[in-house]
Design a protein around this ligand. Structure first.
Ligand code: MG
Length: 264
């Protein structure tokens, strides 16, 4: 007589979980994965990361959302930029006037958050995925969060903005200050689904390797009523793995990802 042997090998468990994701997809039980352009749709002619053109191009291809990175300048203005340093100097040590003298790769000036949101509101229907970068001090992050939440309210964009950060302090502040129900996701990867739920997060927005190490976290998040965003999913085989499994897929290849999502 055969006995069912309980599976205890973690490698085998992960294989089984992965296969169950694939089976769920094949049976049509999967999530409708929404595609978010990482730093806008920048990898195309005439565009540049975190620019207004990249935002417009993300909208023009039908992306669900567009992600972008925000800093607070030395003189307390909110601007879009990815790197923490420009020419060896912290972005936080530049004034807005200094940053405005610079040009992005496509020639457009570095946008302020207000300029960016003004265009987003007038000319796009995108979900706006705002990443606040970790700043030099928690106080500067607190100030940035307050100014961002105030600006978004003033501009009537509350239903179109979600917040993400690697800074746990910033995540806590967004949850505290944004209207109840505003999606706030944590990026850094070390918190479990239960810890994220306890914090009041909408869910994880984690690097795909985190879900490779913890494949059960996606189902667990869904059981807890949270959403799952995964980044930065660029290779075809990685997109195939998370398509229909994660709720949101953040990618530098939004055109390909949108085609794959619509073909499912
Ligand atoms: Mg970012």
């Amino acid at each position: 007589m055969e006995h069912v042997v309980p599976v205890r090998n973690p490698f085998v468990m992960k294989k089984i979980l992965f296969l169950s994701f694939m089976l769920a997809g094949a049976l049509g039980l999967s999530a409708q994965t929404k595609i978010i352009a990482h730093r806008g749709f920048w990898d195309t002619s005439g565009s540049a990361q975190n620019g207004i053109m990249a935002l417009l191009k993300a909208d023009s291809i039908g992306a669900y959302g567009s992600e972008f990175d925000v800093w607070l300048t030395k003189d307390g203005r909110l601007v879009l930029n990815h790197d923490n340093r420009i020419d060896g100097r912290s972005v936080e040590d530049y004034t807005l006037a200094e940053l405005k003298q610079r040009r992005l790769e496509n020639g457009e000036p570095m946008p302020t958050l207000e300029e960016f949101l003004t265009v987003a509101k007038a000319k796009t229907t995108l979900m706006l995925v705002l990443e606040l970068k970790p700043h030099a001090t928690p106080l500067r992050e607190d100030r940035a969060v307050k100014d961002i939440v105030d600006m978004v309210r003033r501009m009537g964009l509350e239903s179109r903005v979600s917040y993400i950060s690697f800074s746990l302090n910033a995540v806590r502040q967004f949850i505290r200050l944004a209207p109840q129900g505003t999606p706030v996701f944590y990026l850094n990867g070390e918190l479990s689904p239960e810890e994220l739920k306890e914090l009041g997060c909408a869910g994880p927005d984690y690097h795909m390797d985190v879900f490779r190490r913890n494949p059960e976290w996606i189902d667990r998040c869904h059981e807890l009523g949270m959403k799952v965003n995964v980044w930065t999913v660029n290779r075809a085989e990685d997109r195939a793995r998370f398509m229909g499994v994660a709720d949101y897929l953040t990618t530098d290849r939004p055109v390909e990802a949108l085609e794959e999502a619509s073909a499912r």
